[in-house]
Design a protein. Structure first.
Length: 182
């Protein structure tokens, strides 16, 4: 597995005059682990997934590491826009299968999806709370290195490919395990 961000991604960032910092870290597979490894607030780490509405309609969603993607909220958000445009409502949203990710997002390892819809020509839905942070840590497409940039820089890069809204829900608190036996 590559231990650095793919050259085409770095070239694309340079071509788009992106201001970013490549941040190396131990190999991580979750945004929560990345926040712990880098010793930063999970609110500053973007967790990104690819969802689909059908075989040819995929999009990226990014939420803070300390929250979960809320499919119900996303569906409501998208259906509101569809209703406005007199389009048929969405009935089902799914997480995209790993095979599609490997085939179509070639510069991203599974679990380290580069959350730049403009790079992949995919719409990017961004949770509002990410835009309130001083800086963000986003996946760089590999599990060993990430990108640090400001929310303003991310918006500049995404231009016409992103929409912001409330997409996340708080993670449920872990249930306490009783040490008593019945």
């Amino acid at each position: 597995m590559p231990k650095t961000i793919a050259k085409p991604v770095l070239t694309w960032l340079e071509k788009n005059n992106a201001r970013y910092e490549a941040v190396g870290h131990r190999q991580v597979f979750t945004a929560q682990d990345k926040a712990a490894t880098l010793k930063i607030d999970p609110k500053q780490v973007a967790k990104s997934v690819v969802l689909n509405l059908g075989p040819r309609n995929h999009f990226i969603v990014s939420v803070p590491a300390n929250k979960n993607v809320d499919l119900k909220k996303i569906k409501e958000f998208l259906n509101k826009a569809r209703k406005k445009n007199k389009e048929k409502p969405i009935t089902k949203i799914n997480f995209t299968k790993e095979l599609w990710l490997k085939k179509n997002l070639k510069k991203s390892e599974p679990g380290a999806i580069l959350p730049l819809g403009s790079f992949y020509k995919l719409e990017h839905l961004l949770d509002n709370s990410l835009l309130k942070q001083k800086f963000l840590i986003i996946n760089g497409g590999c599990t060993w290195q990430s990108l640090k940039m400001t929310p303003a820089q991310l918006i500049k890069l995404e231009k016409d490919f992103f929409r912001k809204t409330n997409l996340a829900t708080a993670k449920p608190k872990p249930k306490k395990v009783s040490s008593e036996r019945k």
